[in-house]
Design a binder for this molecule. Structure first.
Ligand code: TXD
Length: 319
């Protein structure tokens, strides 16, 4: 069987980490694309030299030419600017919209059969714009945010409860941003709802509320510490989990930004919801029942995404 091909569009912090993880996990041959000359080539060479030590045979190529992504099975898009301290995700909108146009055209021309995972911020608007510009079917274009946001939520809950992160299942809905909706009703420790753990005295409502708030601003907390960029290890790990679900037809149930067509009362927008990812791409959107409070929070999040799309349309009249 021929090796799969993974194209990474953007060879910055997340792109480089994605390439390293994809090589270590043997996902396939890797193409690192960037507009900056030398960076993808340099990173590819450095990564290829991990091969003899780690024992992987993947071919890793750095390029500034879209033709090299031809035939990719998966494209993971991180191209664009990352947030700097004091900059909101939305400030990035105008800059990254132009980048999505170039990337969308590159994918349309050279890898139209790929499964595309967008990471670039502001995520819910950029994944929508990328789908529009690429012309790929919506079930082949998803946004990565929910896996990362719920990994942050799981980390904090595990620390609070003093249990293994493995046993903590957390659930985050909505847009990637300050309006994301961590849903406590569906967050459990080995099936035990968080509310029951509070009743058992393992934590308090105040502490869990503080964790929800910390999760919402989890990206900003890291930006403030790093000062020169945003998180990249956990974002890359999260996107690789989604790529593996597609490549190995795992039918994983993962929170991700997917196009909704009536689910949750939303149409024509990308919003973070639980989906099934398998060889068919987005095979199903799972519509869970929500409490009134969660519904209201989700609506706030959906309205924020709508505003971003309006802003995109006012910048680019082809949208
Ligand atoms: O959960 C999530 N979705 C996110 C999103 C979590 C963390 C970071 N998130 C966003 O990912 C972040 O706000 C950025 O928009 C992206 C990529 O973050 P990264 O940390 O990798 O940014 P870098 O290191 O600045 O890398 C971006 C690369 C850089 O090498 C640029 O030269 C390149 O993108 N770039 C381009 N590549 C291809 N094509 C074009 N047009 C282009 N423009 C810039």
């Amino acid at each position: 069987m021929a090796r799969k091909k993974i194209a990474l569009i953007g060879a910055g912090n997340i792109g480089g980490t994605l390439a390293h993880l994809a090589a270590l996990k043997g996902l396939g041959d890797i193409v690192l694309f960037d507009v900056v000359e030398g960076v993808p080539q340099g990173k590819a060479l450095d990564l290829a030299q991990c091969g003899p030590v780690e024992g992987f045979d993947a071919e890793i190529k750095g390029t500034n030419d879209y033709a090299d992504i031809a035939g990719a099975d998966v494209c993971i898009v991180t191209a664009g600017r990352a947030r700097q301290p004091g900059m909101s995700r939305d400030d990035l909108l105008a800059i990254n919209l132009k980048v999505m146009k170039a990337v969308g055209e590159g994918i349309r021309q050279h890898a139209p059969d790929s499964f595309v995972i967008c990471i670039t911020n502001p995520l819910d608007a950029m994944v929508w714009a990328l789908r529009e510009f690429s012309g790929l079917p919506a079930h082949k274009v998803v946004g990565m945010a929910g896996v990362l946001d719920s990994a942050r939520f799981r980390t904090f809950l595990a620390q609070e409860f003093g249990v293994s992160v493995k046993d903590v299942n957390a659930f985050v809905l909505g847009g990637h941003g300050d309006t994301m909706v961590p849903v406590l009703e569906y967050s459990t420790v080995s099936g035990i709802p968080v509310a029951d753990l509070i009743k058992m005295g393992m934590s308090t409502q105040e502490k869990v509320d503080a964790i929800v708030q910390r999760t919402r601003s989890g990206g900003g907390e890291i930006v403030a510490l790093l000062k020169t960029g945003s998180a990249y290890y956990a974002p890359a790990t999260s996107a690789i989990e989604m790529a593996e679900a597609y490549l190995y037809d795992k039918k994983r149930v993962l929170p991700a930004a997917a196009e909704l067509n009536g689910e949750y009362g939303v149409s024509g927008l990308y919003v973070g919801v639980p989906i099934v990812i398998g060889a068919g791409g987005v095979e199903k959107v799972i519509e869970v029942e929500l409490t009134d409070a969660a519904k209201q929070n989700l609506q706030v999040s959906v309205d924020a995404v709508k505003e971003l799309l309006e802003a995109c349309r006012s910048i680019d009249s082809s949208l």
